[in-house]
Structure formats: C-alpha cells, structure tokens
Design a protein. Structure first.
Length: 689
C-alpha cells in the first residue's frame, strides 16, 4: 500500500528548507509513495535525519491514498461546473419550492463552488466541506430541474412575478454528482501511526553504564539508572519543548498528546524486568522476541533473557543482562557487537504496539551485511511483526542495505541531496532536495540485480547466471531445510550470491596463477560454487570449468545437466500453483477465475514436461496458452517460443510462495535434478561454515 503523506507546515514549519527534485522553487508539501518501509539515503549533512525527526514530531501524520487522482478529479469537477454555468438569482433571505427544504445562501446567488486543489487546503480538510456543500446543492438542483425550469418568488418584488431559469443539462449534473461522490471517497484522510512514535537514534548501546564510586577503603561501581542518552537527545532536538507546546494547546493535556518513545538500550535492563512481570500480552511479545534471538543466533536454542539482580544486596554493580542459552549463562556485553546492536533494534520493534510508526537512524551501526539482511527480512516478513502493520522510516548510509531493498516490494527509497546554489535562503543557508528514487515502482532497479559486496565477507559464495537462478536456489534451499528440519543457512553470512551474467564467467580466472587481464575469482571469495545452465553448444566451456574444479574442495562446478535452464527444473505442480496464484489475481470475475483454473489444470495434466527439458521454456508456455483463454488475454507471452518475458518477476513469485508455505519441497522434489542440486549446494555451504 502506498500513501501520500501530508506535511504539516502550519504546525512545525520544519520543512521549509526542503524542495522536490525537478520542481525548483516549490517546497515539498507531500511525501509521495510512502510505504510500510521508507528508506532515506544521501550524503552526510543532506538533511536526512533532520527530516526524519521533523516527521516524527509532527502531531498527526495524515495521508491520502492517491493525491494525483484527487487533483485530477477536482479538475474534472470544476470543468463540469463551468460547463453548467449555473447562476440562479434568488431572494435575499429564503425561498421554498415544491416542498424542498428552505435554503439560505450568501451573495444572493445559488451556485456551485469550484474546489481548491491546493495541497494545503486538502491537508486542512477544507475540500471535504466543499464536497458536502456541492453534493447537497446537486440534490436540490436535480429536483428543481425535473420539470424543465424552476419558479422563484421574490418577496421584494411587488409584482410577485416569478423568475424563469432554463434547465441545466441533466447528463452534466449526473456526471458531476458521480465525480463528487468518488472525490469524497478518495479524499478521506488516513491517519498513519499511533500517538506515540518509536525512535531508535544512533546514540544507543546494549551495555549497561556504570559510574565509579569511592567507598571507605575501596572503589565500587553503581549502575546509572537514568537514560542519559534519551535525555541528551530530548535536549538537543527540543523534544520536551515540543510536547509542552502541544500540551498547552489542548484543553485536556492528557489526551491526544504526541509522545515519542526513545529507545537507546540504556533502559533495556528495566524493560526486561517490566516485560517479564507485566501483562500477558507484554510477556507474549517478549517471548516472541526471545524465540527470534534463539532462532537466528543460537541454532534454535532455548533462550532466556534475564535482568539479573539480588534483592538482598544493597548494590547495583551486578545489575546486568544475562542470556541463558540452553541453560548456560552469558552476559549480554560479552556477545558480539553485531548481536548486541540487532537486539537493541529488534527489541524496540517487537514491543511496539500495532500501527506504530518507527523511526530508525542508521540501523547498520555495528552490523555485518548478513545481520543487515536479517534485520530487513525480519521487518518485512516476520509474522509477529507484519501482523502489527508497523511502518518504518529509516535513515541509512549502507549501500549494502540499499542493495537488499531491490528485492522487496513494500519499500520506498528517498534520496536527499544539497540544493542548487540558485535556491538558498536570504542568509545563504543551504537547502535540500528530496527525490523518490523508485517512484513507488522498483522493478527496473530490481532487475539490475544486487551488488555483490557481501561476497567478500560471507563464508562461501554461490555463483549464478542471474536473478532468476538466485531466487529459485533460495526457494529450493528454504523448502529443503523445512522438509529436513535443518537450520536454513544465513545469506550473506554462511553464503552470498554473485551474479556473473552468463558469458561473463569467462572474465574470471579460477586458476592458482590468474591471468593479468582477468579478475582473480578467489580474491572475492575463496570458496565458490558455480551453477551454470546446460546451454546447448557450450560443451567446451563446461569441460574447462569441470577440469578446474576437479580435485579441489574450495570450488565446485555444476550445471542443470540434461535440463536447458533452471526454469526447466520446475515441476508441473510448481507451474500449476504459481501460474494460478500469479494470473488469477489479474482476473476480476469469479466466474472467469474458475474457468481459468479449470482450463489451466486440464492443460497441465495432459502435458509432458519432460518433452521440453532441453527446449526454451517459452515453447512449453506457448503450448499452455493455446487452450487457456484468459492466459492469452492477460499474458502477451513476449517472445515465444524462446523465453519467459516475466522471468525475474515469476522467479520472485515462486520464492514468495515458498516463504509463505504455498510451495513445498514435495512440489520441487518431483524433479530429480532439483533434489540432487539442492543437496549439493546445501552440503557445500555447510562444509565451508
């Protein structure tokens, strides 16, 4: 779901230094294509964090579903109003016609109002009242024009002669009524988030802080109980002043007051105590958080996170956070920095109430690329989090985190940069430009593939030809591990993908003495699994790489063998479920959906997939289309019989359905090469860990 967030200038005026790219001189009034996850990128001092805090402090974050469509409807309504040219003279006070209600109108005129398309007017909700006024007047106009004209009695006219008014075009009235009704529905303001926003700043730590204290004959340490990080942030960014100002504007200072819950980690000790002794709902949130830690860091171990203390000791120097891993205790500060950092990030998110807006400054701090992937995957896919419908605003400098966003659908990316010299304020202060990089559609960016920076840091690397191969291998591994009840290898930690784009594999040297004009493959990663399509006519290439890999345990070379490409490995069951899920959503009629599914299943039940194993998959798909009516209508099938025109998109659908449990190992393993290839890749990754 995408939104157009309305920026509240009248309340804060903190957006005055921000402009939209390509619209010189126009201040930003809306943040368009706002998603569940929104990432701000840009160089240092480009205004990202400041904008994040301004949005976070805004009293209410209002949004519309589609501001452009609203403005288009407004313009259409005003054109019809102008065409109607209604200007009906009426008495100064009131009149009654045919039992219709009495109407009082200013300026002695009965007329329809044009509607302001100014974005600030929409923000102030003025548009809603204008729509209501026009709709009520249209109801009256329809009644007044049934007989072709209307009579008005002018009480100030001694002759009592009526004024005759020609009948407006009834078709135009109907059009206007329909457009106004649609506009009213479109213009409903959506309130994003709760009254309390969660803020995770860069000033954060999982360590408990202690102060040295001198006692009679020795030195001791006492725990700092106040969150001095949160207090510093509150002071530096005037958060307390903002809340005070808002309270003074309310009759009841306890109602509808903006609150910002700052999570720095310094209160984690006391948060744990409260969570373990709180309401059942709070304890359940904490239990889910512990399961997340155990599943992702300790091989599904039994985890207990405890805030240790001794009630009989009059000291705070042992108030530490312990993690019991299968019964063995470890202090939190003894764990790796990356684990500590992710605990702070994820704890704040797990305890957040549903519908909360969460603002995070540089989540990548102290995080290995694999941990960054884990963070992003959790906030996009973890069922305990997604069911809460949280929304995130994230500032980052991590190019790796940005790489990962290209794989996701529900993420919007906004780039921040410095304003041109021609647009600075009167004091010469710099301004900032904001641009929605993916404009709500990152398909083009995604198809470029991810960068391979993580290859340097992972334990092993899987080299594939392109994005489709990567998605299918991930789906195979996920389904296999679920079926075998084995831990899923962690991408960018246990392994990383590198896309070599077919013939470009020849640019890499895999020998012990690499040629100067080629790239030394082992300088990227010393443990390499290469997967290649069978590709008829490239037998010599396969022999060369098989020879290179022979007798070495740090490089494996495999192909799809008798199957031409990786798509040829998909079973009939996979094609059935995926084509059904993908295309039936594009058909609106339930009757047509049923017909489509029946034709698709009948055709696939009567087709022999093995006949196409050494052919381009497009030939197989073209054969299906012949007898599936709606598939011909909604799928152009570009370039049959050679290939699949939605190759990358289709592979992502297979992966998504696998993660959702709609496709299982039972579906994939119908093909024997999928069974052997997945086992080979899994064993290779595990042997290098």
């Amino acid at each position: 779901m995408k939104y157009d967030v309305l920026l509240d200038f009248e309340y804060l005026n903190e957006y005055k230094d921000y402009y939209l790219v390509g619209k010189d001189g126009e201040h930003i009034k809306t943040l368009s294509n706002f998603s569940n996850i929104n990432i701000f990128i840009g160089p240092n001092n480009s205004g990202k964090s400041r904008f994040l805090r301004s949005l976070m402090k805004q009293e209410k974050i209002n949004a519309l579903n589609n501001l452009e469509e609203i403005i288009d409807r407004i313009q259409r309504c005003n054109i019809i109003i102008n065409d109607l040219d209604i200007d009906w003279v009426r008495p100064k006070n009131r009149y009654t016609v045919g039992g219709l209600p009495k109407i009082v109108e200013e300026n002695n005129k009965v007329r329809l109002y044009s509607i302001d398309d100014n974005k600030v007017k929409i923000l102030n909700n003025d548009i809603s009242s204008l729509i209501d006024v026009n709709l009520s007047k249209l109801d009256i106009l329809k009644e007044l024009t049934k007989n072709g004209y209307s009579h008005y009695i002018d009480n100030n006219d001694s002759s009592n002669s009526p004024s005759r008014v020609s009948k407006p075009d009834s078709n135009l009235l109907d059009q206007l009524f329909d457009n106004l009704s649609d506009l009213k529905e479109l213009s409903k303001v959506i309130f994003l988030g709760k009254q309390t926003n969660y803020y995770i700043p860069t000033l954060r730590t999982a360590h408990s802080l202690f102060r040295e204290e001198s006692k009679e004959q020795f030195k001791d340490y006492s725990k700092i109980k106040t969150d001095i990080f949160a207090e510093t942030i509150t002071k530096n960014y005037n958060l307390s002043k903002l809340i005070t100002k808002q309270n003074s504007q309310k009759k009841d200072s306890n109602s509808d007051t903006k609150k910002i819950h700052i999570i720095t980690g310094l209160n984690l000790y006391y948060d744990i105590i409260n969570a373990r002794n709180g309401l059942k709902s709070e304890r359940e949130k904490f239990n889910n958080f512990e399961k997340f830690i155990g599943r992702n860091f300790f091989n599904d171990g039994n985890i207990d996170i405890v805030a240790s203390f001794n009630i009989n000791e009059n000291s705070t120097n042992n108030e530490l956070i312990n993690i019991f891993i299968n019964g063995q205790s470890r202090d939190l500060h003894d764990l790796g920095d990356g684990v500590q950092s992710l605990i702070i990030l994820m704890y704040g998110i797990f305890i957040a109430p549903p519908e909360t807006l969460i603002f995070i400054d540089e989540p990548e701090l102290n995080l290995h690329p694999g941990m960054q992937r884990l963070f992003l995957e959790q906030i996009t896919s973890n069922p305990d989090l997604t069911k809460k419908n949280l929304k995130y605003v994230i500032v980052t400098h991590s190019n790796h985190l940005l790489d990962l966003t290209l794989e996701k659908d529900n993420i919007s990316i906004f780039s921040f940069s410095f304003k041109k010299e021609s647009l600075v304020d009167e004091k010469g202060k710099s301004k900032f430009l904001i641009k929605n990089v993916n404009s709500g559609d990152n398909e083009l960016l995604r198809n470029l593939g991810v960068n391979n920076s993580s290859v340097f840091l992972a334990n092993s690397s899987i080299w594939v030809e392109g994005i489709s191969d990567r998605n299918y291998i991930k789906a195979f591994l996920h389904a296999y591990c679920n079926n075998q009840d084995e831990p899923l290898p962690k991408e960018d930690i246990d392994f990383a993908f590198l896309e070599y784009a077919g013939s470009n594999l020849e640019h890499y040297d895999f020998t012990s003495k690499p040629e100067k004009e080629k790239i030394n493959a082992f300088a990227l990663n010393n443990k390499i699994f290469i997967l290649s399509d069978k590709d008829l006519g490239k037998e010599d290439k396969h022999k060369i790489f098989q020879k290179i890999a022979k007798g070495r345990n740090n490089i494996v070379y495999k192909t799809t063998e008798e199957y031409r490409e990786i798509e040829n490995l998909l079973s009939i069951e996979v094609w059935k479920k995926t084509l059904d899920d993908y295309y039936s959503k594009k058909i609106k009629s339930e009757k047509r959906i049923s017909k489509f599914q029946s034709e698709l299943n009948q055709k696939l039940d009567n087709i022999k997939l093995e006949n196409y194993k050494d052919k381009y998959i497009g030939e197989f798909l073209s054969e299906i289309k012949k007898e599936v009516t709606d598939l011909r209508k909604i799928w152009s099938g570009a370039q049959p019989p050679t290939t699949l025109n939605i190759k990358a998109e289709f592979s992502r659908k297979v992966l998504q359905m696998t993660l959702e449990g709609k496709l299982t190992w039972n579906d994939f393993s119908k093909n024997s090469r999928v069974r052997t290839l997945t086992k080979e890749i899994y064993d290779f990754i595990k042997s290098q860990s």
